[in-house]
Design a protein around this ligand. Structure first.
Ligand SMILES: [Fe+2]
Ligand SMILES: [Fe+2]
Length: 131
């Protein structure tokens, strides 16, 4: 199922909310590509796009957390690093023909993303009194 950004995912920060929306769009593109049975090359491209945007968003969010002296910054960053490593692993496996992209992979990514925004990102939003 495609993910939809809804107000309950808000972190009360315009730029970061917009980034989350774009991040979700990119994941949806990947999911749609999988459903449409796109070629391995095309799916790899979509994974790279996802990886690039994920890194971009995490860096942006990490700068924000540091700007508000967020006390749980390191813990949060560890979670980001874990996710980036996961996508990297997927990408390497696809490239080396060691993995067939499956809905299971997409489900992992989607679940992680939603849980991360709700469970982890919204913590800094509360700390900053944004939500
Ligand atoms: Fe985050
Ligand atoms: Fe985030």
């Amino acid at each position: 199922m495609l993910i939809k950004w809804t107000q309950d995912l808000s972190v009360g920060h315009e730029t970061l909310d917009q980034e989350h929306q774009k991040w979700i769009d990119i994941l949806n593109d990947f999911y749609q590509g999988l459903l449409d049975g796109k070629s391995k090359e095309k799916l790899s491209e979509l994974v790279v796009a996802m990886l690039d945007y994920t890194k971009y968003h995490f860096a942006s969010e990490e700068r924000y957390m540091q700007s508000i002296s967020y006390p749980d910054f390191s813990e949060h960053k560890e979670k980001h690093d874990f996710y980036v490593n996961k996508i990297n692993e997927f990408y390497e496996k696809i490239k080396n023909d060691k993995m067939i992209l499956s809905l299971e992979v997409t489900n992992f990514l989607k679940t992680w993303l939603i849980n991360h925004i709700k469970g982890t990102d919204q913590q800094y939003a509360k700390f900053a009194n944004n939500i």
